[in-house]
Design a protein. Structure first.
Length: 146
């Protein structure tokens, strides 16, 4: 069983899949409490930017810089360039990644900028993405800009 925050991100991913979207979920945790949650809603909203992490940060609302510096961003999948850049912009110091086998964002760059990454390699996260990519490769390729 994954930690409760990764499980919350997995629950978000499953919700996105149930809505007809891409099964990637994210939660933002500050001082041991979830303050934002989201899932990839590009398909559902016709949005070019609503990746799970962006949806999560949007749901958290405006926070102080000191809040972000205490935050941990959980994502079921390795964050892409856009989501990684947003984490850097707001100074989020730690990202917990459910898996990076099906997609790997700029993890070396994040580390070079001082972000601590924890790669969990969770089987649920891997299965969700592998099954989705096999079933809907055209949607996945659109999401990653291929």
């Amino acid at each position: 069983m994954p930690d409760p925050f990764l499980q919350a991100a997995i629950d978000e991913a499953r919700q996105g899949l149930a809505e007809g979207g891409i099964p990637i979920g994210s939660v933002l945790v500050i001082d041991g409490a979830i303050v934002g949650r989201g899932h990839n809603r590009r398909v559902q909203k016709g949005s070019p930017i609503l990746h799970a992490e962006m949806d999560c940060l949007e749901s958290a609302g405006r926070l102080k810089a000191s809040d972000y510096r205490r935050a941990v961003l959980y994502s079921t999948l390795s964050p892409c360039d856009m989501c990684s850049g947003t984490a850097l912009l707001y100074g989020i110091p730690r990202i917990v990644i459910g898996e990076n086998r099906t997609f790997q964002g700029p993890e070396a760059y994040l580390r070079s900028r001082g972000v601590t990454l924890e790669i969990v390699d969770d089987d649920q996260c891997v299965r969700l993405m592998r099954d989705f990519i096999a079933a809907r490769p055209e949607i996945w390729n659109e999401d990653i800009g291929s």
